[in-house]
Design a binder for this molecule. Structure first.
Ligand SMILES: Nc1nc2c(ncn2[C@@H]2O[C@H](COP(=O)(O)OP(=O)(O)O)[C@@H](O)[C@H]2O)c(=O)[nH]1
Ligand SMILES: [Mg+2]
Length: 241
């Protein structure tokens, strides 16, 4: 079922990516509410609680059957963000391929946000955080070339913590250094901070999305001005002959 390179089956990932694009096109047009569909990755070492976090966050949308049938964890969370905005989060779990320590580009494709999860009771899972962040950054960027916003989750905070996670200042410094937009202590078991972490990530994604759209509009405007005033335009030709 799984590809030896460590990704979810490539054909399946391609299908899901294509579905994402179609859904965007479908929802972009009509209706009063603005709709966004965002692909978010949840990565990190085996047993850190990725699946539990997604289950806790999405719960009513999680389908065990889907997982068993096609071998990929994929969940949808719908957020009524504000009166004008509906957000669909497509959360991609890595379903057992953690042992490879990296994922294929197809899996990362079109992602606009990510969580890297470690287990506060096992320092070795924190040591692997940098590897996951580097894998993410090397395989996917936003359309403007900037890194995908990524939040670090220190999961199982209901248990005794081991290592750097006990030092808030050093964790802040670590996140700054590695390019995480922030970090949260979470517990899937006790439902601590998962909604807050997701809200923080979505806020950043929306900001980025808006900034990139503004950038696109500016480029379109510049292009129109160029086309109007450029040497190829009829008025330009007239004035030079
Ligand atoms: N105490 C505690 N256990 C957790 C928490 N999150 C997950 N677990 C447990 O850790 C184990 C691995 O969780 P799982 O979600 O399968 O990890 P994954 O391999 O990263 O998807 C399971 O036994 C979970 O019940 C948590 O927040 N607190
Ligand atoms: Mg899992």
């Amino acid at each position: 079922m799984y590809s030896p390179s460590g990704g979810i089956p490539e054909a399946l990932a391609r299908k899901l990516n294509a579905a994402t694009v179609e859904k965007e096109a479908e929802t972009a047009g009509g209706g009063d509410k603005k709709e966004h569909l965002y692909k978010i990755l949840v990565i990190g070492e085996l047993g850190t609680g990725k699946t539990s976090i997604i289950k806790r966050y999405v719960h009513q949308f999680f389908s065990q059957h889907y997982r068993a049938t096609i071998g990929v964890d994929f969940a949808l969370k719908v957020l009524n963000w504000d009166a004008d905005t509906l957000i669909r989060l497509q959360l991609w779990d890595i379903a057992g391929q953690e042992r490879f320590g990296n994922m294929t580009r197809v899996y990362y494709k079109e992602a606009v946000g990510a969580f890297v999860v470690f287990d506060v009771t096992r320092a070795s899972t924190f040591d692997a955080v940098t590897k996951w962040k580097n894998d993410l950054d090397s395989k996917v960027q936003l359309s403007d070339g900037s890194p995908v916003p990524c939040v670090l989750l220190a999961n199982k905070c209901d248990q005794t913590k081991e290592g750097l996670v006990n030092n808030t200042a050093q964790m802040d410094e670590f996140c700054k250094e590695k390019g995480f937009i922030g970090w949260y202590e979470t517990s899937a078991k006790e439902n601590i901070n998962i909604d807050d972490a997701a809200r923080f990530l979505v806020t950043k994604i929306l900001e980025k999305d808006k900034a990139m759209q503004l950038g696109d509009e500016e480029r379109d405007r510049d292009r129109v001005i160029l086309e109007r005033n450029g040497p190829q335009s009829p008025s330009a030709r007239k004035s030079c002959c």
